[in-house]
Write a protein that binds this ligand. Structure first.
Ligand code: UD1
Ligand code: MG
Length: 424
């Protein structure tokens, strides 16, 4: 079987979002929607991915351009989904084979049903294989019309539906496999005689059928995968569904999430067994957390952070681009940014690393078992030696090195003079 390509439509205005940001760049669980669709297409076996850009093209390109398997086609005016696919024709003139066509606003798509679609299209030698879904509430989707023998007839958009058609619960999730170059013949025949005056991709399957080609519609997409984000309400629904998917995977792998509804974890984060996450914790980006850590409540672990095993981060602690070694702890009210924190080092309540001077960020090294007192400030770059103590309220200034085993106090921090036992 020839490795397929994918076409992802992402040029639309997203009018219903009422946004200056391109719709497909709105984030679901910390990642732009289109990133999930790209990933699903890739994992379904597509070797190269063509993204159709138009509205907000520069934003979409700058997100995806670094990925070597992605190419772009420009749709200059947004005349409909059929026109959007047609914008790929110049780039695919010499391509013969299957194209998986998806829309960029369905972040919950998973690779397995898409791989199944590709396989069926190949096995059946179909000109078009349309994946469909059976849903309780078909609102917003195109409906699948079949004849009395159950054979596919056509797709009708919600706005063009009769009341009887509107009641159909088999819908078009916009997951198609088309054989190229055959699809171009159908796209050339698209008309705009519909409620929106657009060239609808949804007319292509019936047109191919009228040209005598084999078209199949197979209900192989799970309803929970096909939520299309057209409004902010849909965006919130997609976030909730994706979040529970992410958390279910983590819990299945042995992570305790005390209150799933009030916990927010990026799907790229990794968390080890027996780690416990208390409520109102946010774990962003590609954070990596070891085993047996205790996190939260109200903790923010940001991108670029790695926590070794047995780390403890408590209430109102934020950690960014830092690495914490085993048994390091910050139990209350701390900011740790751009730092390496050695094993069993302790951050007191209200201790903060001042890592940003308004221009640049600097790094801080805290060695093993260092004790950073309550309310202290470490102005980066700085280094606290192993077993050293920074007294409560001290300010360790730029480029200061606190030698191992010593204690510094005050503002600016100075070595604590040993008290003489001889003094009265
Ligand atoms: C579309 C389908 C509908 C299906 C639904 C599934 C059509 C006509 N309708 O409706 O049958 O049930 O998806 O989610 O295809 N786009 C472009 N260029 C355009 C217009 C749209 O690239 O000119 C892109 C959009 O960026 C978006 C996708 O195509 O990613 C779908 O467009 P959207 O307006 O969301 O279509 P729906 O109304 O959801
Ligand atoms: Mg849509």
């Amino acid at each position: 079987m020839q490795a397929p390509i994918a076409i992802i439509l992402a040029a639309g205005h997203g009018k219903r979002m009422l946004s200056d940001t391109a719709k497909v760049l709105h984030e679901v669980c910390g990642r732009p929607m289109i990133s999930y669709v790209v990933e699903a297409a890739r994992q379904a076996g597509c070797r190269s991915i063509l993204v159709v850009v138009g509205h907000g093209a520069d934003q979409v390109r700058s997100l995806l351009a670094p990925e070597p398997d992605i190419h772009f086609a420009e749709q200059s005016a947004q005349l409909g989904t059929g026109d959007a696919v047609k914008a790929c024709k110049p780039l695919l003139r010499d391509y013969h084979g299957p194209a998986l066509v998806l829309v960029g606003d369905e972040p919950l798509l998973r690779p397995e049903p898409l791989a199944e679609l590709l396989k069926r299209q190949h096995d059946e030698h179909a000109a078009c294989l349309l994946g469909t879904a059976l849903v309780d509430d078909p609102t917003g989707f195109g409906r699948i019309l079949r004849d009395s023998a159950g054979r596919f007839l056509r797709i009708v958009e919600q706005r063009d539906c009769t009341p009887e058609e509107a009641a159909i619960r088999e819908v078009n999730p916009s997951c198609y496999v088309f054989d190229l170059p055959g699809l171009w013949d159908a796209l050339d025949q698209l008309q705009t005689n519909n409620a929106q005056g657009e060239y609808y991709l949804t007319d292509a399957p019936a047109l191919l059928q009228s040209l005598g080609r084999k078209v199949l519609a197979i209900p192989c997409l799970p309803p929970e995968d096909i939520l299309g984000v057209n409004t902010r309400l849909h965006l919130a629904q997609a976030n909730a569904l994706m979040q529970s998917r992410i958390q279910n995977q983590l819990m299945t792998a042995g992570v305790t999430i005390v209150d799933p509804r009030n916990t927010y974890i990026d799907g790229r984060a990794q968390i080890g067994r027996d780690t416990i996450i208390w409520p109102f914790t946010v774990i962003s980006g590609t954070a990596r957390i070891g085993q047996r850590c205790r996190i939260g409540p109200f903790t923010h672990i940001r991108d670029g952070t790695t926590l070794a095993d047995d780390v403890e981060l408590g209430a109102f602690v934020e950690v960014s681009r830092s690495h914490l070694e085993p048994y390091a702890r910050a139990r209350h009210l701390a900011y740790i940014g751009d730092a390496h924190v050695g094993p069993a080092a302790n951050f007191g309540a209200g201790a903060v690393i001042a890592n940003f001077d308004g221009v640049a960020k600097s790094r801080t090294l805290i060695e093993a078992e260092a004790f950073i007192g309550a309310g202290s400030v470490l102005i980066a770059p700085t280094q606290i030696g192993s077993g050293a103590t920074v007294g409560a309220g001290a300010v360790v200034t730029r480029n200061q090195f606190v030698p191992p085993g010593t204690t510094v106090v005050g503002v600016p921090a100075r070595p604590l003079k040993p008290t003489s036992s001889a003094s009265p």
